[in-house]
Design a protein around this ligand. Structure first.
Ligand code: FES
Ligand code: FES
Length: 206
């Protein structure tokens, strides 16, 4: 298990790789607020359609929700289930900050309607650790300092987990290609690739 001193830098790291609001809270309200994306409900244009009943299976739990039919999976996760580790960046499918796994495959949750993933198994950054044991890629991101502001990090880790599982992490070039849907405004790409290579190599026994 990875342990941390309760120092400012360590809290930032832990928050970035786990999506932990608790760790963010420890930084004080101003920093925690600055680290979160602005959230909004689905835009209301014209008369609202009839609400729909949706069963969201997330991180091993089941949630029965009644939602506006236009609600994205991203908004349902963040605003209804309060799983704020999944970030809203562009909202247009271009940055990858909102990446989650559906049935083990990566999807951009800002482009997925919650009603259309009814009953599918969703995994978010909050669901990849096992108890207090971080996922190996979370550990690698910390060890390789694979982020700066941390805003893209949960999406990078979810995408990285899938990239490794898909067998697309054999080399740095391949990782860069298959991670190209996840942007990092801080430019931490070299460290992200190294972290993914570490875990892929460990899984191969290299
Ligand atoms: Fe979904 Fe940018 S917020 S791809
Ligand atoms: Fe800041 Fe990637 S660490 S956007």
């Amino acid at each position: 298990m990875t342990s941390f001193d309760p120092k400012r830098r360590d809290l930032l790291k832990l928050s970035a790789v786990t999506g932990s609001a608790l760790a963010m809270g420890a930084l004080g309200p101003e920093l925690a607020e600055a680290a979160e994306a602005p959230s909004s409900a689905a835009a209301q244009v014209g008369p609202a359609p009839a609400p729909v009943d949706v069963l969201l299976r997330v991180n091993g739990g089941e949630h029965r929700l009644t939602l506006d039919a236009r609600t994205t999976l991203l908004d349902a996760l963040r605003e209804n289930l309060h799983l704020n580790g999944t970030k809203k960046g562009c909202g247009l499918g271009q940055c990858g900050a909102c990446t989650v796994l559906m049935e083990g495959k990566r999807v951009k949750s800002c482009l997925s309607l919650a009603a259309l993933v009814d009953g599918r198994e969703i995994t978010t950054i909050e669901g990849v650790a096992t108890g207090d044991q971080l996922h190996p890629l979370q550990v690698a991101f910390i060890e390789r300092d694979a982020f700066q502001c941390g805003y893209c990090t949960s999406g990078q880790i979810m995408s990285g987990i899938a990239c490794i599982a898909e067998g697309h992490a054999q080399s740095a070039v391949e990782i860069r290609e298959w991670m190209s849907g996840n942007l990092c405004r801080c430019g931490a790409y070299d460290h992200i690739v190294t972290a993914i290579r570490d875990v892929a190599a460990a899984q191969r026994g290299a």
